[in-house]
Design a protein. Structure first.
Length: 195
């Protein structure tokens, strides 16, 4: 490529929207923007507007695509900016919690800052997550996440325990600065897979 990787900006999104409307292929768009074709495919996959009730409106719109990308970055920045939230998420993943359970638990605990399970997945597969091998503790145990269309729904792999003594609560790691003390586990791994 003629350029090092950088995030797609608004001007490029305007061109992508115009060229897609004109029926220009992804390969040609990638060549025009000096981008890899996978970058354009990823941009279209992530930031194309879809409405099941009004499918005629589905499409790639530059302003909306830019807003969607900005919102996604803001969600990821939550885990970068708030160290206590990040440490809590990391510890729960390492103790066997799924991203869905972590997101649900944060809401249940009325945490002042919450994140969705998708944001947690993206953090786990980010460079920061890979640095501490968080993917090894996810239900899929994959170093790279499957494309959305190829993912299978996972049933609950944990069963709720009626009681959980202090002795059973996962102990905080040495470098957690006490964050682990605030983590109360209410799930235990089930040996049975859902039918």
């Amino acid at each position: 490529m003629k350029r090092t990787y950088s995030q797609i900006d608004m001007e490029e999104r305007r061109k992508i929207a115009r060229w897609r409307t004109a029926g220009i292929s992804v390969d040609v768009i990638a060549e025009k923007l000096h981008r890899h074709r996978s970058t354009i495919f990823r941009e279209l996959r992530r930031n194309t507007f879809e409405d099941r009730e009004m499918p005629d409106l589905n499409g790639y719109y530059c302003v909306m695509a830019n807003d969607m990308a900005r919102e996604r970055r803001a969600k990821l920045r939550k885990l970068a900016r708030f160290s206590q939230l990040r440490q809590s998420v990391i510890e729960r993943i390492m103790h066997g919690w799924s991203p869905q359970q972590i997101a649900g638990r944060l809401q249940l605990e009325r945490h002042p800052i919450s994140v969705s399970h998708e944001t947690i997945y993206k953090f786990a597969y980010s460079s920061d997550g890979h640095a501490i091998k968080l993917w090894r503790h996810l239900p899929e145990h994959r170093a790279r996440r499957r494309p959305r269309h190829a993912r299978r729904r996972h049933g609950r792999r944990f069963t709720r325990m009626s009681t959980f003594s202090t002795g059973q609560t996962p102990s905080p790691s040495a470098n957690s600065s006490g964050i682990g003390n605030a983590i109360s586990s209410s799930f235990a791994r089930s040996s049975e897979r859902p039918t």
